[in-house]
Design a protein around this ligand. Structure first.
Ligand SMILES: [Zn+2]
Length: 410
């Protein structure tokens, strides 16, 4: 490859080197994984040689072409070796700590099989200190305190849930990080998941993107038998997460089960469907935090505006009243979109005596909802509406998510 066609981000020496210095190229891959917005970098064989591609905001872009199959294989092997994945293994995953310049970078390397040969996927493990604070996500002080009180409970099951199942998104990681800090004095935390993009303090990670259902469950069983004070269980096998969480809670410890659902109560139903018995639920469930992540108004260009009448009436708001809703007008900081970052609207359900009694009695969902509502559970729509009234997001987005979309679902 001629130096003039050197792709952006590839060190000059790496592109110029005739031998394609594998170590330097591997460093390029690791560095690329830490660029803002990048979630994963792939090294894969192509018909002619190979390529390095970057995924940023969901879109794949080629970072650089590798001229021969031999160079591509050498790079794949180098990354696998760094992550202690056996060279013969085509579906392994490993954590590797990489010295890049003066910095130490941690990445997950996953071996994959592709049509044209071997492939590796490199994902960054960022420090949890880079996560936004809960207040930066629009979580109020009162909401934050209610969530943290659940994390401070010495034992039981706390369900942390969102509509996107087991994804360790920014919201989930920010809540988890704040929660782990609450337990810091005696923190001895284990996370079992398919993948986590952040490294939490005082935490041992047991991850495996390669793990099939049985393997991930076996890891959960193994970790649960160890002496961790706090255990976080996540994974696509939601049945395993739910049932192992309630088994793990039988020892005195806090277990955080990461589940997907429609709202806080739907997670209770999910556990019952997974075979957790009603009595165990009533004994061990301490609460559910269900959160929605919504796009936030850009703080640099948000302005007051008057929402359409049909949006106001759809949300049960009087069109005659003077509201102070805000939306982003679009500026340089937000690329003209009017949005920047996320707002997290947590629905918090604490299991009090009344709700525990209903759970023990295998009450029907409608009855559980009535009791939870009496104990202060609020509908998601109202929680998001409150954030809109604070000017954190446009009213239309609340209407789209909770009125229009819900209407189309049925
Ligand atoms: Zn803006």
């Amino acid at each position: 490859m001629a130096a003039s066609s050197r792709p952006v981000g590839v060190p000059k020496e790496a592109a110029d080197s005739r031998a394609w210095d594998t170590r330097k190229l591997a460093e390029t891959v690791v560095e690329a994984a830490f660029r803002p917005g990048v979630t994963d970098v792939h090294v894969r064989a192509t018909g002619r040689g190979g390529e390095i591609v970057c995924r940023s905001d969901g879109a794949m872009a080629r970072l650089c072409e590798i001229p021969s199959k031999k160079a591509c294989n050498a790079l794949v092997l180098r990354l696998k070796r760094a992550a202690k994945i056996d060279r013969s293994e085509t579906a392994g995953v490993g954590l590797c700590s990489w010295a890049a310049g003066r910095q130490r970078r941690e990445v997950w390397v996953q071996a994959l099989r592709s049509v044209d040969g071997e492939e590796v996927c490199v994902r960054p493990v960022r420090s949890a200190h880079e996560l936004p604070s809960l207040s930066a996500l629009g979580v109020s002080e009162a909401e934050g305190e209610r969530m943290m009180a659940l994390f401070r409970k010495p034992q039981g099951v706390l369900i942390l849930a969102s509509p996107t199942m087991s994804a360790f998104n920014v919201g989930l990681c920010a809540i988890l990080n704040a929660g782990i800090q609450q337990r810091a004095s005696r923190a001895n935390v284990a996370v079992v998941a398919e993948y986590a993009p952040y490294r939490f303090d005082h935490t041992t990670m047991f991850l495996g993107a390669h793990a099939d259902r049985r393997e991930l469950r076996a890891t959960m069983v193994r970790v649960v038998s160890q002496v961790f004070d706090t255990i976080v269980l996540a994974g696509h096998d939601q049945e395993a997460v739910a049932s192992e969480a309630f088994k793990a809670a039988q020892r005195d410890r806090l277990v955080i089960a990461v589940l997907g659902g429609r709202d806080a109560l739907s997670c209770v139903e999910r556990c019952l469907a997974a075979g957790v018995d009603a009595w165990a639920m009533s004994q061990y469930l301490i609460g559910v935090v269900f959160f929605e992540m919504l796009l936030a108004n850009c703080p640099h260009c948000r302005v007051r505006y008057a929402p359409d009448r049909h949006v106001l009436s759809g949300l049960g708001l009087a069109a005659t009243k003077r509201w102070a809703f805000q939306r982003g007008a679009g500026c340089k900081a937000c690329d003209g979109t009017g949005y920047h970052g996320f707002v997290c609207a947590p629905q918090i359900m604490e299991v009090d005596e009344a709700l525990a009694a209903k759970l023990a009695a295998s009450a029907r969902p409608a009855e559980l909802r009535k009791t939870a509502t009496a104990s202060g559970l609020r509908p998601l729509k109202n929680l998001a509406l409150e954030k809109a009234r604070q000017g954190l997001l446009p009213l239309e987005d609340v209407w789209l998510r909770f009125v229009k979309q819900r209407h189309c679902d049925h």
